[in-house]
Design a protein around this ligand. Sequence first.
Ligand code: SF4
Length: 374
Amino acid sequence: MKELSPPKVEELFNLRSFRESNREEINAVTKMLKKRGKELWIQASLADEARFVQVGEDVSFVINQNINFTQNCIGSCRFCSYRVELKENKTDKYRLSLDDIGVEIDKAIARGCTEVCVQGGLDPELSFDFYINILKTVKAKTSNIHIHAFSPSEIAFMSQISGESVEDIFIELKKNGLDSFPGTSAEILVDDIRRIICPDKISTSQWINITLTGHLVGLKSTSTMMYGHIESLEDQAEHLVLLKDIQSHSKNFTEFIPLPFIHTNTVLYRYLGARPGSTGMQDLALFSTARLYFGEVIPNIQASWVKLGPKFAQISLNTGVNDLGGTLFSEKITKSAGGSHGEEKTVEEFVELIRDSNRIPVQRDTLYNRLRTH
Ligand code: SF4
């Protein structure tokens, strides 16, 4: 395969000296992330009150289906067990065809999904047309399903294989049915950490500039952070300060999703000394910090039940969280890393978890419009 040139992305955000010029804010957020014991419970209680004021008693979720369309990937992320290297004897065993994707869409329609979340590896056998054809395949089946697809690192890859600018890639994807994109591949937005955990992935400034380009084209995205591996609390704080700063520019983040590192089958844990994910107290400190620090700027804080487990996700509802994410039919990425909380949740299970927390279960769409109160 020929050497890929860097993605063509305009510099909309200048990262130089960000840490120095935001030192005080980063220190204040680090202090919040460090809270333990009684101080943590006080912070959690304040976050719970802030949640009530900002978004009320609703706990939302979306009925969605994952489509992870290719495991072939030229990346080398050391926290990833989903990727499969393309061997000499090429095989499409690990890649869905457009017909396969069509079958998945039929299943999503039958299950009442309002969203499909489409992501895959950086597969060197694919052309940009394939990505466009995925969108066309979905839209040919139904116009009622929101297509939430392609992380910033996949967008960079499309720019590399096609030679088109990131802006043109987004415009073309949007024209063909892309409705929003996942803010995954952010991991930790600190380059010293990225060089160890995902050395071939887009840099912090590339992630920010690609995300902002998507936002400027009129697409919303989620924001995420993968934590609990080798990063420090100060790195987490810097990531949160960056996300708030981006949001103050574009206002197009729909939510913040903290993603605890699932360690079991990963190189990062087995050979590179990473921690085995976060502790429960670290999770609660992060949720409450996110609620208090982001406030109205990013008012939706999601707990990922697939990473945390449903019981802990339910506990997190008392610490600033107001969303439980999606049913995630056919989730594969967390499972391959050793996650053990199952591949999907039914609506009834969500409703039970939420009602048992004295809160109101609300089915939402991808952009947080209320669809049904249970
Ligand atoms: S996280 Fe994504 S880009 Fe990285 S190795 Fe896995 S599939 Fe490839």
